[in-house]
Design a protein around this ligand. Structure first.
Ligand code: GLU
Length: 488
């Protein structure tokens, strides 16, 4: 039985994030990266990036770049790498050869067809799946025959047939597996590429990884790795399997719960600093109440002890709330700069590009308070940019008769024409008393103006909006409101 020590303090902390570029990084992947990064920074250790690209059939084009992009976006900078396993094949072959030479692994010549019918049989007999060890006990003669036939074998590990394999998980304590539940898993495939198990543990050893923090779906792989460490005579790292992330309905987080790929959050206008805070709390907590916590404080206070043993629940409302808080916390200039790419991307095509930055600077304070994500900014501020508002004339008649609405707008046009200074205070000084003159409740009158000026019933404060839009635009809009009503 192999024991893994618990001491976290000994030696340099060296951790790695080891994604497979078989898809776009989802929240869970990046949460793993983040915990490793934070742990490294907390311990003045080293954060290594290793791309596990040995499953050639499942590689997805562009996935590596997307992974790197997501890490950069969140500021998870790496100290070493990226290493690519596909460029290290010799190292895995060497380890595999050694195990074969020592009689701890063997060549397996079974054809895919044979393995397939074996699986069918096992299913029929309700036996657990796994290789039946057909080639484990080939005689020398049989082996020579197979070699001569030109079949390229895979290499399988000779898993012990009895006994137990145990290891300490830093979060879960001692974990024990019965060896007879582990089959003779493949180490090297016939294409010369290693399997995940071999490449992963060889690299963890060669890269002197001190702690493996990974998703708990890998827990069942760990006894295999521990057996390989024993076989190769290497000291295993310490393991911590991170709690799962569940959706609000307590099922495993998936597409059904909304965006899962981290780039989607980026595109939807979540801020990396909010995302960082949010992800850090998916399975870790400073205490039982703190929600808003800076990157520096997370690094400072992070500890493996405070990683939860139970699954973390992904709460989209909390993320939206948190993002809103971070968004409002930005300086006006910072908010403006970050909003620009979203405005460029999402405002209607007929709005002239490039956009006028000074104009955006004036709009920004009116929108910053209201947006929960940067992607909401174009939608919330569209009426500042378009030439012509598209809305239904009926919207103008919320609580007012048509004739009265037309008269009110006409009077407003006249007042606007006469106005000396075009600023919020002057506008308010004119339009507030005008409601009385028109014998309208201010809410009704301002509601009418709001629709005429913005095309919507909910918008930023009316007079500030009018100030930013400018006299010409406002006049045009009121007149077009009148026209709409006349022909309504
Ligand atoms: N390549 C594996 C993954 O994609 C790494 C698992 C591990 O960290 O050992 O998650």
């Amino acid at each position: 039985m192999l024991e893994v020590g618990l001491a976290v303090s000994k030696g340099t902390v060296r951790v790695r994030f080891a994604p497979s570029p078989t898809g776009y990084p989802h929240l869970g992947n990046i949460r793993t990266a983040l915990f490793n990064w934070v742990f490294a920074r907390h311990s003045s250790g080293v954060f290594i990036l290793r791309i596990e690209d040995t499953d050639v059939a499942r590689l997805v084009e562009g996935a590596t770049e997307t992974i790197l992009g997501s890490l950069r976006w969140l500021g998870l900078n790496w100290d070493e790498g990226p290493y690519f396993q596909s460029q290290r094949l010799e190292l895995y072959r060497e380890a595999s050869d050694r195990l074969v030479k020592q009689g701890l692994a063997y060549h397996c010549y079974c054809s895919p067809q044979r393995l397939d019918s074996m699986r069918q049989e096992q299913m029929k007999r309700k036996q657990p799946p796994g290789y039946d060890r057909h080639c484990r006990n080939l005689t020398g003669e049989q082996r020579d025959e197979m070699e001569a036939s030109g079949i390229i074998p895979v290499v399988r590990f000779k898993a012990p047939l009895e006994g137990q394999t145990s290891f300490q998980d830093l979060l879960r304590g001692e974990i024990t597996f019965e060896n007879n539940t582990l089959d003779d898993f493949v180490l090297l495939k016939s294409d010369g590429y290693p399997t995940y198990h071999l490449a992963n543990m060889v690299d963890d050893h060669l890269m002197e990884i001190s702690h493996v923090l990974r998703a708990d779906e890998w827990l069942s792989s760990t006894p295999r790795h521990v057996l390989l460490y024993q076989a190769l005579g290497w000291q295993p790292p310490q393991f911590a399997h991170l709690p799962m992330i569940l959706g609000a309905d307590r099922s495993k987080l998936s597409k059904r719960h909304g965006a899962t790929s981290i780039t989607e959050y980026q595109e939807q206008g979540y801020l990396p600093e909010a995302m960082f805070n949010f992800l850090a709390l998916l399975g870790w907590a400073l205490d039982d109440k703190t929600e808003l916590i800076t990157r520096e404080d997370i690094v400072k206070h992070f500890s493996l002890e405070r990683i939860s043993r139970t699954a973390a629940v992904f709460n989209k409302d909390k993320l939206d709330w948190m993002n809103g808080v971070y968004l409002r916390d930005l300086s006006l200039e910072e908010f403006t700069q970050r909003a620009i790419p979203f405005l460029e991307r999402d405002l209607p095509v007929d709005v002239k590009r490039p956009l006028d930055i000074d104009y955006i600077r004036q709009i920004a304070p009116l929108i910053q308070e209201r947006a929960r994500t940067l992607a909401e900014v174009p939608q919330l501020s569209e009426f500042f940019f378009v030439d012509e508002l598209k809305y239904d004339a009926g919207l103008l008649l919320g609580k007012i008769e048509k004739a009265e609405a037309i008269k009110s707008l006409q009077t407003s046009v006249a007042k606007m024409d006469d106005l000396k200074d075009w600023d919020t205070a002057s506008l308010e000084a004119v339009f507030r008393p005008l409601a009385d003159e028109l014998k309208l409740k201010t809410s009704v009158f301002f509601g009418l103006l709001r629709v005429a000026i913005t095309g919507r019933t909910a918008a930023p404060p009316l007079f500030q909006t009018m100030e930013v839009l400018g006299r010409e635009r406002c006049l045009r809009r009121l007149k077009s409101g009148i026209d709409k009503l006349v022909t309504f």
